[in-house]
Ligand binder design. Structure first.
Ligand code: SAM
Ligand code: SF4
Length: 322
């Protein structure tokens, strides 16, 4: 069929220091006991096998990946794997002031930082208690550490539209790439009212109005080193870009290039599916052929069409990593 699957999202922990409204229920989700998680050596063994099956890019995610101790060690192990051409991290950014330089030195190339609002009170509400100042310090730390590109992930929730001029301003003087993501119904939590949700078209209409009012027309541009399905625009004279991930309104499943490994060793071939292949035993036994066969099994079952899948998944976003 010619599908190329070259991108692995690796969830290093299901734990998180936040409880974002669109990702977790207020009481959180029960965490897996630490002993049930793959070790970093297990993960590195899996990545080597994944390279044999065509993977060349790895993104570390969570929960919040930086709450697991020693994530830089894992970055170093993956960096040493021949055939890996890019390592990225998705984080809420709060711990980046502490770890950005160490991660870069270990071999991390790039980072995506979740930042859903530039208004301190709205940010606090969306993250159920997070501090905007802390994550802004995380963005600065990422730039100072020369992680490149630095992207800002914004899940589009009610109340975002009046903030769009401020997000556009973030892209003016520095190479920051803001990506607006449509909320996805994964794992049974998040907004339920239609008014809570915004689409790519809602936000694009505001950006076009801003352009007409004086900023100049946002023009489609190449992705800043993208591995995924975002479409990017740039305002005249701005260093950074604005991207959209129309997770629900675009039909990009046919171009899906990714596999996901959960922290407890389950391989998932689709965010919207409960189909999981348990690779933990084979990984921990260092059974090369066994792991290769399990990766092939997961690839063979990949549908490249979320509409063939119905119902809520049993794992929430924080247990898969987005
Ligand atoms: N804790 C890290 C963070 O927040 O960046 C990494 C894990 S988080 C699950 C990965 C990404 O998924 C974040 O950008 C987050 O905003 C996004 N996300 C979480 N729940 C989502 C949902 N229901 N729909 C769309 N994106 C979601
Ligand atoms: Fe928020 Fe990321 Fe934690 Fe989910 S995993 S609650 S998106 S910080």
């Amino acid at each position: 069929m010619g599908h190329k699957v070259d991108y692995l999202r690796l969830s290093v922990t299901d734990r998180c220091n936040y409880r974002c409204v669109y990702c977790m229920p207020p009481e959180g989700v029960p965490f897996k006991p630490h002993e049930s998680l793959l070790s970093y050596e297990d993960m590195a063994f899996f990545v080597e096998r994944a390279v044999e099956m065509g993977i060349s890019k790895v993104r570390l995610t969570g929960g919040e990946p930086l709450v697991r101790r020693g994530v830089s060690d894992l970055v170093g192990l993956i960096r040493a794997t021949s055939g890996i051409h890019g390592i990225s991290l998705t984080t809420n950014g709060v711990l980046l002031p502490r770890f950005a330089h160490e991660l870069k030195a270990a071999g991390l190339d790039r980072v995506n930082i979740s930042l859903d609002s530039l208004d301190p009170e709205r940010y606090r509400l969306l993250t159920r208690g997070g501090s905007l100042d802390n994550v802004l310090r995380g963005v600065e730390a990422a730039l100072r550490a020369s992680l490149d590109p630095v992207k800002i992930n914004v899940v589009m929730m009610q109340g975002l539209l009046p903030e769009l001029p401020d997000f556009v301003a973030v892209t003016r003087d520095r190479p920051l790439h803001v990506r607006f993501i449509e909320w996805m119904p994964v794992g049974g939590c998040g907004p339920r009212l239609p008014g809570d949700l915004l689409t790519k078209a809602d936000a694009m209409a505001v950006l076009e109005r801003l352009g007409a009012e004086g900023l100049g027309k946002p023009t489609p541009v190449q992705s800043p080193a993208g591995w995924g399905p975002a479409h990017y625009y740039q305002f005249p004279g701005h260093q950074g870009t604005i991207g959209f991930i129309g997770s629900m309104s675009d039909h990009f499943c046919g171009e899906c290039n990714r596999l996901r490994l959960t922290a407890d060793g389950r391989l998932k071939n689709c965010l919207f599916s409960d189909d999981e292949v348990d690779v933990k035993g084979a990984v921990q036994a260092r059974d090369r052929d066994g792991v290769l066969a399990l990766i092939q099994e997961s690839l063979d079952k990949k549908t490249f069409n979320k509409d063939l899948i119905s119902g809520w998944t049993s794992r929430g976003m924080s247990q898969v990593g987005g």
